[in-house]
Every structure is written in C-alpha cells, then in structure tokens.
Design a protein around this ligand. Structure first.
Ligand SMILES: [Zn+2]
Length: 273
C-alpha cells in the first residue's frame, strides 16, 4: 500500500503538471471503489482551476478554485497519473480527468480500495476518513513527548501502534518496520514497556527514514508509480522490510519475519532487542 513517502512522491510529481490547469471534463467509468464515487464528482470538478496539490497522511488533496478540494486515496494499489491523452486506456482506469493542456489525469485502481471525493476546504476536518488522523511525522507536534505519552498508555505492540493513522498520519507497515530497525526496537515489543529514551529515538528516526524514502521517490515492489507512472527506488535501500533470511546490513545476522496481525513484521534479532 502506498504510504507517506509514496503519496508525497505522487504529489510532488503532479504539482508542477497540475497547477493552473483547468479541469475540462471528468469521466467516471467505475463508481464502486471502497467508498462509492458520488454522482456529483464530475459536476463539482468540471470547469474548476487547480490551485495546488498537497498531502495529508496517505491522502492526496488537490485544491481547486472556489474553496473546493478533491481528495484521493490510492488504496492498496492505486495510481494517479498524468499521461498523454493518446495513451491507450487500460482496465481499471476508473476516473479520467481531461485537463486544459490536453493531457489526462487517470485514477487507476485494480483492487478498488481507493477513494475519490470533493468537499469544501471548510469541510475537510469533518470528512470521516480524515478527521481522526494524528500528527504528520514532519510536524513539530510529532515530538518525543507526544510519542512517549501515546506509547506508555498502550498495551499494543509498538509496530501496531505506529501504523495506527491516529498516532502518525501516513506511516504504514514498510516504514514502521524500517524506523524500528534504526531505533533498535523489536516490532513485537509492547508499547508501554518502552521508555522515554526509546520514544525519543523513534520520534527522531521517523522523519529521517521517511525523508530518505521521499528522496528516493518511494518504494515500488510491483504496483507503486509516481504521478508520471515511474517507479520509486527505495525498495533497494530497505534494511529489514521484505528481507527475511537476508543478512542485516549492520551485523550480518539473518533478518527474521514474524506474523503480526495480518501484516508481517521484520527485524534483525541482534540489532533489535
Ligand atoms: Zn543486525
């Protein structure tokens, strides 16, 4: 699933392409996403000029004139790509937005786990999917004391807590595992057992790991593509995630995998205690 670095990469790659463009036409070919696409979507988008592209957690927010915001979530395997209109349409191109420069912005989502809706700027806070999002990991609010207060109250495992969108907006399984590797903490550790020093280490490594992943334009195993349909490169720089049995970059121990909830966790048995 695209996480913060992937969604940020999409936003950055689309920003320059979309700013100032007018939405000429919107064709919704499939409404049955995880949250059904409203019949008003085309009506609310057509004729509006795009002002800005920004991110909140794993959501892409396209700000439009008239105080409207088009919100997209890429679900498990979605893409939002800016392409030449002559490029053949594919299966699962569910929403096609024709722009004033003649290009198309295509929302492609084979598993249909995504979301696409338009709300007013003022209504963003009350959108159910966004209103409970916690602080952004790059925000000063995501501090050591904030994280320590959250960790010490929780009986959950630290990996599970970190991927909770109420705790850290945008953090998912790939990067929670990577952060915990750098912090030297096993993903299965109960959150309340961690001290202030460990909370500080996690709070400090989180933005560092995410920043590095953004610099390498995200992780592409199979599906992820940026706004111009290009792969990311961070999959070549992962320390533990999806590396079961491979040697740890620090100590050469074999990376272990453990089933945790419905998503695997990965750790080095020597570096992480
Ligand atoms: Zn190691």
């Amino acid at each position: 699933m695209p996480e913060l670095p992937e969604v940020e990469t999409v936003c950055r790659s689309l920003r320059a392409r979309l700013r100032g463009q007018k939405i000429a036409r919107v064709e919704v070919r499939e409404r049955r996403l995880r949250y059904p696409v409203s019949r008003q979507l085309s009506f609310r988008l057509e004729g509006r000029t795009i002002l800005e592209v920004r991110r909140r957690g794993k959501y892409i927010l396209v700000a439009l004139e008239g105080d409207q915001v088009w919100i997209s979530h890429l679900g498990m395997s979605g893409k939002l790509i800016y392409v030449d209109a002559s490029r053949p349409r594919e299966n699962h191109d569910h929403i096609i937005v024709t722009l004033s420069d003649g290009h198309e912005l295509r929302y492609h989502d084979p598993r249909r786990f995504g979301l696409s809706l338009v709300v007013s700027e003022a209504a963003i806070r009350s959108v159910p999917q966004l209103k409970h999002l916690g602080p952004e990991p790059f925000d000063p609010a995501f501090s050591a004391s904030y994280l320590y207060a959250v960790l010490r109250k929780s009986r959950r495992r630290v990996r599970d807590l970190l991927i909770d969108q109420k705790v850290a907006a945008g953090l998912g399984n790939i990067y929670a595992n990577e952060v915990l590797f750098h912090a030297g903490i096993r993903p299965t550790t109960r959150a309340w057992r961690l001290g202030k020093r460990q909370a500080t280490t996690i709070a400090e490594f989180t933005p560092l790991v995410l920043e590095e992943a953004i610099r390498r334009r995200g992780t592409s195993f199979s599906d992820f593509r940026d706004g111009e349909d290009r792969k990311g490169r961070f999959q070549n720089h992962l320390r533990v995630y999806d590396r079961e049995g491979e040697p740890c970059a620090n100590c050469s121990s074999k990376i272990k995998r453990v089933a945790l909830g419905n998503r695997s966790a990965f750790y080095c048995p020597t570096c992480q205690v």
